[in-house]
Every structure is written in structure tokens, then in C-alpha cells.
Design a binder for this molecule. Structure first.
Ligand SMILES: [Zn+2]
Length: 169
């Protein structure tokens, strides 16, 4: 009972802080704490905050919070911000990494095509983060052929190595 009451109050106070505080550090802190609260009700308002927020530090904290809350309703909004950043003349690599980390937590397959863009990045860090996110969101569907022990894709009907039929379906 008290828990719910306090949670609502805390949620409202943090949202108020995020939308109205003049100091960016206070807004960033509100976003960070909203992430810790893991309350799905905050997701829609965090999406709205991303529409109006101008400070890139706060934007990054909001995206991070969306990842921690884990509601895939945030996916397309994060992708929108990721695209915006990637089209800038000078791209902040840490903005991209932060967004990919959040998308990884949301495990929404709609994000794969955008994350895939970084899988062949020339930047080692970006490439590793993108690969890792891909593995988390879409784990390799690999099985072992019971006849020749070759690794094959789960969707195959026949073993590419020995030609054995794999499933009775
Ligand atoms: Zn085989």
C-alpha cells in the first residue's frame, strides 16, 4: 500500500523534474532515477520528453532510462534519435553506443536493421557493441547435425555437409 503510494509520488516528482527543471544536471538525474524505478508508465512521457529535450546529455540519460525500464514501446523513438545523431556532421560515438545499449535491453527485433548498420563499422568499439546487441536480440539459431556434427542453421531442412534430412516435418 505505502509502496504504491510512494512509487506514484516519486514517479510524478521525477517526471515534473525532468520536464521543468532549468538545470540540465537535475533533468539528467531525474531521467537516471526514472530508469531505476523501472515503471512502464513512464515510457510514454519519456518519449515526449525526447521531443522537447535539447540537451544531449539529458537525451542520452532518457534513452538509457528507457532501456532500463525495458518497454519496447520506446524502440522506434530511440531509433529516431539514433538516426538523427548518425546524420550529423560530427557524430558523437558515445551517443550511438548509449542508444545501442538501450536497444539491446529492449530486445525488440525492429531495431536489428538499424543496429546492423554498425556491424561493419571501422570503429572497433562500435562494431563490438553492435555485434553483441545483435547476439542478444537475435541469438544465433544454430544446431548440430546429429550425423556429422556440423553446425547448421536451425531453419535448414537438410544438413549442408552430409545431406541428411534433419527434421521430421
Ligand atoms: Zn550432417
Amino acid at each position: 500500500m505505502y509502496y504504491h503510494k510512494n512509487q506514484n509520488k516519486l514517479l510524478n516528482n521525477l517526471l515534473k523534474q525532468l520536464f521543468h527543471e532549468k538545470d540540465w544536471k537535475s533533468r539528467a538525474e531525474a531521467a537516471r532515477q526514472l530508469g531505476f524505478l523501472k515503471d512502464g508508465r513512464a515510457t510514454n512521457l519519456l518519449c515526449r520528453a525526447l521531443n522537447s529535450e535539447k540537451d544531449p546529455n539529458v537525451v542520452m540519460k532518457i534513452i538509457e532510462a528507457m532501456g532500463n525500464i525495458g518497454d519496447p514501446k520506446a524502440t522506434m523513438k530511440i531509433i529516431e534519435k539514433l538516426k538523427e545523431e548518425s546524420e550529423k556532421a560530427i557524430v558523437n560515438k558515445y551517443f550511438i553506443i548509449n542508444a545501442i545499449e538501450a536497444l539491446k535491453k529492449l530486445k525488440d527485433k525492429r531495431a536489428l536493421i538499424f543496429i546492423g548498420h554498425y556491424i561493419n563499422s571501422e570503429d572497433d568499439e562500435l562494431r563490438e557493441i553492435a555485434k553483441n546487441a545483435f547476439e542478444i536480440i537475435e541469438p544465433a539459431r544454430i544446431i548440430i547435425c546429429p550425423y556429422c556434427y556440423t553446425k547448421i542453421d536451425l531453419d535448414s531442412k537438410f544438413c549442408k555437409e552430409c545431406g541428411e534430412k534433419l527434421f521430421f516435418k
